[in-house]
Design a protein. Sequence first.
Length: 201
Amino acid sequence: MFYQVKLSDHVRVPPDLFHLPTKEAVIKRIKKAYEGHISKELGVVVDVAELHEVKEGTIIPGDGASYFYSTFELITFKPELQEVVLGNIRDIADFGAFINLGPMEGMVHISQTMDDFVSFSKEKVLTGKDSKRNLKVGDKCRARIIAVSLKDVVNPKLGLTMRQDGLGKLEWLKEGPAKKEAKEEKTEGKKEKKGHKEEKK
């Protein structure tokens, strides 16, 4: 989920930015310090939304920069458990699919891609045995977050699932429950045939 977070900080503006208007220089430095920053508290910082206040600059002896106590707002992406997200498949491996969610990437284990037995091909395609549905690079999908780990800020991890109703490749969602019903009818048909055989015996 995206948030707009209000923060205050002392922003260091080096001498090579002194030629710029103060607010512009401060925004540049906030962007450099915060964009891409990852933490458990903020999630992933996407951009600076607004600069509210910049107080008078302070110079520290021995440092040529000026420090401005500023109040500003950041746009952040903080994934939450059970949240439904939309993204494109960036890559597929034999163990699952990687989905680009914009600020972050999530991974869907092969067992969580669809409610079917799934096989992987060398062409980087995941295919369901009974449903014949497939997933390939570039497909747009809806998934649910089932695991979040932001401890490793260099390599944050998101676990996703697409097995529940209303999730999966967007084309599947347009198909509706038709294939599921067909599968159920096929199963019921087998049961009926089995019943007839038992009667004959």
